[in-house]
Design a protein around this ligand. Sequence first.
Ligand SMILES: NC(=O)c1ccc[n+]([C@@H]2O[C@H](COP(=O)([O-])OP(=O)(O)OC[C@H]3O[C@@H](n4cnc5c(N)ncnc54)[C@H](O)[C@@H]3O)[C@@H](O)[C@H]2O)c1
Ligand SMILES: O=C(O)[C@H](O)COP(=O)(O)O
Length: 530
Amino acid sequence: MAPRVLVSDKLSTTAVQIFKDRGVEVDYLPDVGKDKEKLLEIIGQYDGLAIRSATKVTEKVIAAAGRLRVIGRAGIGVDNVDIPSASRKGIIVMNTPFGNSITTAEHAIAMMFGLARQLPAADASTQAGKWEKNRFMGIEITGKTLGIIGCGNIGSIVATRAVGLKMKVIAYDPFLSTDRAAHLGVEKVELDELFHRADFITLHTPLTDKTRGVIDADAIAMMKRGVRIINCARGGLVVEADLVEGLKSGKVAGAAIDVFETEPAVDSPLFGMENVICTPHLGASTQEAQENVALQVAEQMADYLIEGAVSNALNMPSISAEEAPILTPFVKLAEILGSFAGQVTESPIQEIEILYDGITAGMNTKALTSAAVAGLLKPLVQTVNMVSAPIMAKERGIRLSEVRRDKTGVFDGYIKVTVTTEKQTRSIAGTCFQDGKPRFIQIKGINMEAEVGRYMLYTTNRDTPGVIGQLGTAFGKNGVNIANFQLGRDEQGGNAIALLYLDEPLSDEFLAEVRALAGIGQAKPLVFDV
Ligand SMILES: NC(=O)c1ccc[n+]([C@@H]2O[C@H](COP(=O)([O-])OP(=O)(O)OC[C@H]3O[C@@H](n4cnc5c(N)ncnc54)[C@H](O)[C@@H]3O)[C@@H](O)[C@H]2O)c1
Ligand SMILES: O=C(O)[C@H](O)COP(=O)(O)O
C-alpha cells in the first residue's frame, strides 16, 4: 500500500507534485493545521505529516496519530512539534535547516531599513494625502552599530549583509568562536556590552529556557536611548509588555516584530504604537524560500517513507538497517556524553576529541561522532541533528578528531568525549552494559559508575567530611527524592564529584541553596533525553 501524507499548512504545491511523482498519496489540506479538532479526527489515516509553523503537533495529536512515521517541517523552527512525544512513539521529525535562512535574514534587514526611515507610517500618511514631510525624519544606518543576538545560519547572513552596508557589527552568541567572528567581520561581545553599544539589535536565536525573555525590562534599561529592536526569530524572546514600556518612555525608538508571544497575533498592545512595525510571521515567506523548503521536505519525507533513508532528522541517527541493533545503544550513549559536555560548557568550544576504545573502535564511528557532536551542540543550537552536527561544528571553527584504539581497561569498550574550550579541557566517558543502557564511567578523569537519568545534578567539591551529608540533608529538607547518588574522587582529600539522579527537576531556589552549601564548587542541573 502506498504511504499517505497529509500537508496541513500552506506549502508550495511543488511538494504535492513531488509526493505524487515518488508514489506517495497526498492530501493537501492547508487549513487543517489551524483546526485542532479536524486534525485530531483525521491524523490517524496518515504515515506522514508535512507542516510549517501553523500546525501544532501536540502530545494529543501524536497520541491520535496511530500510523504516523514521519513529521516533515518545511522550515527551521520545530517548537510547534512535541519532539519527545514523537520520539517516544518512534516518529521521525525532520526539518529543512537552511532553505529559508537567506530570506529571513533579508526580512530582518528590511525591518531595519523600515525602522530607520519609518517607511510603513510614512507610506500610510502619504497615501492618506497628508504629505507630512517634517514628521518623518529618519536616521542613516551607515556607521551605526548592529548588535546580533544569535549568530548561527541566519544571524551570520544578517552580519555579512550589514557589514556590506557599512555598519559596525557586534554579536553575542556563546557558540561563536573568535575565528568565525573574525571571518564574518563581526566583533564578538558579551550580552551586556551588546546592550550598551548597539543602535539596532536583531534577534536570531531559537527560543530556549536560556533565551526566553532575553529582551526584558532589565535588558532595555542597559540599552542606549534611541535603540531600535528587531525580532524575526521567535515570539517569547522579547517580553512584549516590557517593550511597550520601553517604547512609551522613549528609551526604545522603534521596534520591528515578525514573531509574537501568541500567534496568530490578532491583538497586541504594540499595535498602533509610534514607530512599531509588525508583520505576521513573514520571515520565511518568499517564493524562493517556500520553493526550497517545500521541495526539500517532500524529497526527504518520500526518501524515508519509500526507501527508509533518513536525512535532517532531529531525533533519529542515520544508520543502516543491518547495523542498527548493535549501534543504536552506542549512538544514544554518544549523544548523552556529548549532551553532558554541552550542558556543562559555558565558553566557546575550540576542539572536540572522541576516543573509541575496544569494541566501539570497530563501529560506525561517523554516526557515533555525529551523535556526540549533536548532543553537544543541542543545548545551544536547536536545529542541530546528526546530519548537520559535523558541518555546524566546522562552520563554528570547532576542530573535531577521532581516536580509535584496542581495549585498554576493564570494559569491552567505551567512548570518551574530550572538549577543549577557550578556558579549559574537560572529558566524560561512558559505556553500555549488556542491558543496552548507557552508564557514565569517568568524569574529568575521575572514575565512577552512574546510570543516566532524565534529571540529574552534577556537583564538584573538595573531598572533605560533611559536604555530601549536607547535600543529602538539603534534598531531604526540600522533599526532592534522589533515585541514585554516585560519588568519585581523584585522591583522598582531593577533587571530588557527585552525580545525582533525581525524580524531578530542581527549582531555581533549591539550586541556589545547593550552590550556597559550604564546600560545593560547581552544581549543574542536567537533563537527558532518556
Ligand atoms: N521569522 C521567521 O519566519 C523565521 C524563519 C526562519 C527561522 N526563524 C527562526 O530564527 C531563529 C534562528 O534560526 P537559525 O536557522 O539561524 O538557527 P541556528 O540554529 O543556525 O542559529 C541559532 C544561533 O543561536 C545561538 N544561540 C543559542 N542560544 C543562545 C543564547 N542563549 N544566546 C545567544 N545565542 C544563542 C546558537 O549558538 C546559534 O548560533 C530560530 O528561532 C528559527 O526558528 C524564523
Ligand atoms: O522556523 C521557521 O522556519 C520560520 O519560523 C518559518 O515559519 P513558517 O514556515 O510558518 O513561515
